[in-house]
Each structure stands twice: as structure tokens, then as C-alpha cells.
Design a protein around this ligand. Structure first.
Ligand code: S3P
Ligand code: PEP
Length: 412
């Protein structure tokens, strides 16, 4: 890859043959990596952590955990912001947590309110409910909370990982709809891997005061990143791609992509060291609820539009508060291909079969890695230009290089 791709204003991409036969070593999961880093920081002995992600979100977590500065800047990493908020509180580390302009527009009130209820002194430094926040003192006063689970599961994961360090542990009673549930399950399973047990009854999760025990963990490849390869295989004329480092029994909820793509043209065959993606048939009508796998929604919206599938995607409420308002961003960029997406204001996307046209303009990415990666597979249909290629660094820094390995021409 020419070195200047990540620093370029835009990239131009196309695929001359539209035939793809390759194997790809995906980046490791940033969700797993950021959890084991927090657990390791709470553990008395250092753990053996293998295969940590090269994603910027994880590199930022590593850097900030090692820092003695008062002010920690998470850039645009949601998990890093939320996990450090609970972590710095329970270890009684005075900290100012801040981030990018967008991070300061992403809500954190549910987590801050919960920590205040437990006895934390945390102040909003600019806008009520949003970073930057100043974490001051922590004097634990209680061990039970009622928390809504519909805005972000990251608040719950953050508290759960910190819970064993509290003098009386913590009982979280989840109120109302819980979104992104597999991420909470991942948190609890990783805690268990490091010797911390929990009890989950109905809507209540209880973690007693306990010590994490040093253990080893090898982070799996990232299932969210796999989705772009599923889309590529579905759109190619001919394709057989092996994604290395993915397991059939994954902790990651985004392994749901296997089931989704059974409908959208890709079969998955697992082997010891990864999974083979091969082309199959695509359905005409597709409806899916993304409540528990929100990071897959953009990939599927763009792919379904390209394949002329009649689509109804639901459970998209949380997309509005991620790296950008992803519903509006997907609608506006699909419009450049002559595709009309409806009902974005109801947290759903309805896209009827329409002929996709060559794009009328450059694809904007809105500082969102998933916008760049969800639209890139369309280079199998048209030459496309995507602005700000560096956005992929948040989760998949080698994305453009891997596209080149698969025969895409990528020009700065
Ligand atoms: O806990 C995690 O690692 C994540 C949880 C999800 O966020 P929400 O819980 O806010 O939906 C997901 O979108 C994000 O990319 C990573
Ligand atoms: C939403 C995402 O990450 P985060 O919330 O951790 O910034 C993502 O990676 O798509």
C-alpha cells in the first residue's frame, strides 16, 4: 500500500476483476481487548494478554491506563471513556476524562448518576450529562442500583468490571429494555475467566466483592470487522475468502453476521483457524432486529441496497448516539447512489428494491470508521471515492491494506 493512504484527504477504490480469493487476518476485537485491559489493571498480578487489538481505541486504553496525567483524552473511543469512568472512580484516582468533539456529545449521564449514587463525586465540566467529566473522590455508600439498559450497554459493562473492587460488591437491577445484551454477557464471561463470579437472576446481576486472579487470555479476531468481508464476498462475481482467527463459539455478539448472511448471499464454514466465506443465494425480502448487534447495521443497509433486497432494519435506536448519527449518515450517503432509505426517524431503515447508480459524489464518513468500511465494498460495483480514509484506524487500521491484498485498487 502506498504509505500515504491513511493521511490522504480521500481514497479512490475499484476492483478490476471482481474475483476474490484470499485469506485475511482480521484485527483483534477492541471490545474484548478493552475489557481485559481494565480487568488486568484491577488485578493484583499482571495477566498474560495475547493478541491485543491494534485498533486506536485499544491503543488509547493502553496509553491512558499507563498515564499519571490528571487529564485523560479518550479521543473517540466509547468503551475507553465509559470503562475508565468506572475504573478511575473505584480506584479513587482523581481524573478529568475528555475526548473528541463527538465524544463530548455522546451521553454519559446514566453511568455518572449510577456512580454518584454509589458515592462518587463527579462533576460535568461543560454540559450536564456529557463529557468532559471531573472524577474527584469516592466514598462508597451503597451496593445496589436500578439502571436503564436501553441507551448503552457500555455503562453496565463498566460498572460490572469495577464491581468486585467495591467493599460490598454491587447489585445492578436493569430497568426496561436492555440493548446490546451480548456485550454485557461478554463482560461477565471475561470476568469469570479472571476468577470473578456473578449471579444473574431475572433483571438483576450481583457481583460480590472479590479479587480478580491473574490468568491468560488470547483475544479473538473482530467479528464486527468481519462484516465488511461478508459484504465483499456477497457483492463479488466470484469469491472465496478465509477470515483467520474467528471462532464458531465466540464471546462477540456480532458473530450474528453468520446468520444474517445466510439470507444475504454468504455461507460460513468453520475450520480450526478461521472461517471460509463462500457465495450463496440472496433472499428478496429481509427483516432483522439489530438491537443486540448495532455495529452490523450500516454494513447490512448498504449491502442490501446494492443487492436490491426489500429491507426492513429495526432496533436502530442507539445508532443516533454513536460516532455520528449513523441513520442520517447512511441515508444521506445512499442517496448519492440514487437509493432512498425511509423511516430513519423511527430508528428503523426501510429500503425498497431500487437500481443502484454510480455515485454522484464522494462518500462522506462523518468521522465514523464504519461509514468508510460499510461503503467500501461498493467498489466492486463502481469506482468510488471515500473521504478521510484515516477513520478506519479506530477499529481496523489495516483495512485499506487488506483490500489491496484482495485485489482492490486503492489510490490516495
Ligand atoms: O461494549 C462494547 O464493547 C461495545 C458495545 C456497543 O455499544 P452500546 O452498548 O453503546 O450499543 C457497541 O456498539 C460498541 O461498538 C462496543
Ligand atoms: C460504536 C462503536 O464504538 P464505541 O461506542 O466504543 O466508540 C463502534 O465501534 O462502532
Amino acid at each position: 500500500m502506498s504509505n500515504n493512504i491513511l493521511s490522504a484527504e480521500a481514497v479512490r477504490i475499484f476492483h478490476p476483476s471482481k474475483q476474490i480469493h484470499t485469506s485475511i487476518l482480521l484485527p483483534s476485537s477492541k471490545s474484548e481487548s478493552n475489557r481485559v485491559l481494565i480487568i488486568n489493571a484491577l488485578c493484583k498480578q499482571p495477566c498474560q494478554l495475547n493478541n491485543l487489538s491494534e485498533a486506536r481505541d485499544t491503543q488509547t486504553m493502553l496509553r491512558l491506563l499507563a498515564s499519571d496525567d490528571l487529564m485523560l483524552d479518550v479521543i473517540d473511543a466509547g468503551t475507553t471513556m465509559r470503562f475508565l469512568t468506572a475504573y478511575c472512580t473505584v480506584i479513587n484516582r482523581e481524573t478529568i476524562l475528555t475526548g473528541s468533539q463527538r465524544m463530548c456529545e455522546r451521553p454519559i449521564q446514566v453511568l455518572v448518576e449510577a456512580l454518584r449514587e454509589l458515592g462518587a463525586d463527579i462533576e460535568y465540566m461543560k454540559n450536564e450529562g456529557y463529557p468532559p467529566i471531573h472524577i474527584k473522590k469516592f466514598r462508597p455508600v451503597k451496593n445496589e442500583l436500578y439502571m436503564r439498559g436501553d441507551i448503552s450497554s457500555q455503562y453496565i459493562s463498566a460498572l460490572l468490571m469495577a464491581a468486585p473492587a467495591l467493599p460490598n460488591g454491587l447489585k445492578i437491577n436493569l430497568v426496561g429494555k436492555v440493548a446490546s445484551l451480548p456485550y454485557i454477557q461478554m463482560t461477565l464471561q471475561l470476568m469469570q475467566n479472571f476468577g470473578v463470579q456473578h449471579e444473574w437472576n431475572g433483571n438483576s446481576i450481583y457481583v460480590a466483592p472479590q479479587q480478580y486472579h491473574a490468568s491468560s487470555y488470547s483475544v479473538e479476531s473482530d467479528w464486527s470487522a468481519s462484516s465488511y468481508w461478508y459484504s465483499i464476498v456477497s457483492l463479488a462475481h466470484e469469491a472465496e475468502v478465509k477470515l483467520l482467527g474467528l471462532k464458531k463459539d465466540s464471546l462477540q455478539g456480532d458473530a450474528e453476521i453468520v446468520k444474517i448472511m445466510e439470507h444475504l448471499g454468504v455461507s460460513s464454514v468453520f475450520e480450526e483457524d478461521g472461517v471460509w466465506l463462500r457465495k450463496t443465494k440472496t433472499v428478496k425480502d429481509f427483516e432483522w432486529d439489530f438491537t443486540h448487534c448495532p455495529d452490523l447495521a450500516q454494513t447490512i443497509a448498504v449491502l442490501g441496497a446494492a443487492k436490491g433486497v426489500n429491507m426492513k432494519l429495526t432496533g436502530l435506536e442507539s445508532l443516533k448516539i454513536k460516532e455520528t448519527d449513523r441513520l442520517i449518515a447512511v441515508r444521506d450517503e445512499l442517496a448519492k447512489f440514487g437509493i432512498e432509505a425511509k423511516d430513519v426517524n423511527d430508528a428503523e431503515l426501510h429500503i425498497s428494491p431500487q437500481a443502484m447508480q454510480a455515485p454522484s459524489a464522494m462518500i462522506r464518513t462523518y468521522k465514523d470508521h464504519r461509514m468508510a468500511m460499510a461503503f467500501a465494498p461498493l467498489a466492486l460495483l463502481f469506482e468510488i471515492s471515500i473521504e478521510k480514509p484515516e477513520v478506519v484506524e479506530k477499529s481496523y487500521p489495516r483495512f485499506w491494506e487488506d483490500l489491496e491484498k484482495a485485489g482492490f485498487e486503492v489510490f490516495a
